[in-house]
Design a protein around this ligand. Structure first.
Ligand SMILES: NC(=O)c1ccc[n+]([C@@H]2O[C@H](COP(=O)([O-])OP(=O)(O)OC[C@H]3O[C@@H](n4cnc5c(N)ncnc54)[C@H](OP(=O)(O)O)[C@@H]3O)[C@@H](O)[C@H]2O)c1
Length: 270
């Protein structure tokens, strides 16, 4: 819900970041605030969002707003939009970053968790773009950064729905980028390789090889916002992830799937 009165737009740009309670989202919010944007922070953990909001207000003097919503609830994106409207804010930069993985053999996985994953990683991304992109187009300016993943370039056994959700975000973002090319609205998909955040433990994948090859979240967030500024369609931060993405063009998709399965194996044996 919106915390009316906590924010007063300073006349500058407003950025809305989902999944801003930690990890890449918090780094995106820090960078956007450092750049002078007022920020609207969205996630489930209200306390963590409030701590982030006061950090950003103190460090950068920007106005902040907390909108605590569970994006796996149908209608949550609409409630985020209503909260923003109620505050009289216009979103100039939308960072669709909230997301999570689910590391389990598909046949043993929890159907409710799979449904929540598709709602947060896919449906909420589309719904928030649909909610905020029209205003940007009308104003002839704005930016949408959708956080996909290197996982979107391949199939991922044991995290099949997660990898597929990121393929969706990537393809959807590429389409939107082309559609809005002449509108003044920048649209970019950020496709990081493994990043050191709470993501891996939340996905029950903390012991996998991938989890141990991670980059820092600040570097990933910086690369994403730089790419958005330049209106790049896709951004894959880091040399090794870039090389791996390049390899996906050369190696048959079925082989890539076996390689991805191997990277998840240590967890399965443990
Ligand atoms: N870490 C990686 O290796 C990696 C690699 C490539 C792409 N990514 C992508 O990067 C994005 C950010 O992940 P991260 O690595 O920063 O992970 P993280 O530290 O676990 O952060 C995930 C964020 O999403 C929020 N979130 C999760 N479920 C939510 C829900 N149902 N409703 C609202 N917010 C929710 C979390 O907040 P609450 O828990 O407070 O709700 C948190 O702020 C994700 O889309 C992820 O798929 C991560």
């Amino acid at each position: 819900m919106a915390d009316a009165g906590a924010v007063k737009a300073n006349g500058g740009r407003v950025a809305l970041v989902t999944g801003a309670s930690g990890g890449i989202g918090l780094e995106l919010a820090r960078l956007l605030a450092a750049d002078g944007c007022d920020v609207v922070l969205v996630a489930r953990s209200e306390e963590r969002l409030r701590a982030a909001a006061s950090e950003l207000k103190g460090a950068y003097g920007v106005a902040t707003q907390v909108v605590a919503q569970n994006l796996s609830d149908p209608g949550a994106a609409g409630r985020v939009k209503a909260a923003v409207d109620e505050l009289g804010l216009k979103v100039d930069v939308l960072a669709n970053n909230a997301g999570f993985g689910c590391d389990a053999p598909f046949v043993e996985s929890d159907p409710a968790r799979q449904r929540a994953l598709m709602q947060v990683n896919v449906a909420a991304v589309v719904e928030l773009c649909r909610a905020f992109a029209p205003g940007m187009v009308e104003r002839g300016a704005g930016g949408i950064l959708n956080v996909a993943s290197m996982a979107g370039f391949m199939a991922g056994p044991f995290m099949s729905t997660y990898y597929a959700s990121k393929a969706f975000v990537q393809t959807f973002t590429q389409g939107l980028h082309a559609e809005l090319r002449l509108s003044g609205v920048h649209v970019t998909a950020l496709c990081p390789g493994p990043v050191r955040t709470e993501f891996w433990n939340a996905a029950d994948a903390g012991q996998t090889l991938l989890a141990h090859a991670a980059m820092g979240a600040p570097r990933v967030a910086r690369a994403g916002l730089r790419a958005l500024r330049w209106n790049k369609t896709l951004c894959v931060p880091g040399i090794v992830p870039k090389a791996l993405v390049f390899a996906t063009r050369l190696v048959p998709r079925s082989w890539m799937a076996y390689a991805a399965a191997a990277l998840q194996l240590p967890k399965r044996k443990g």
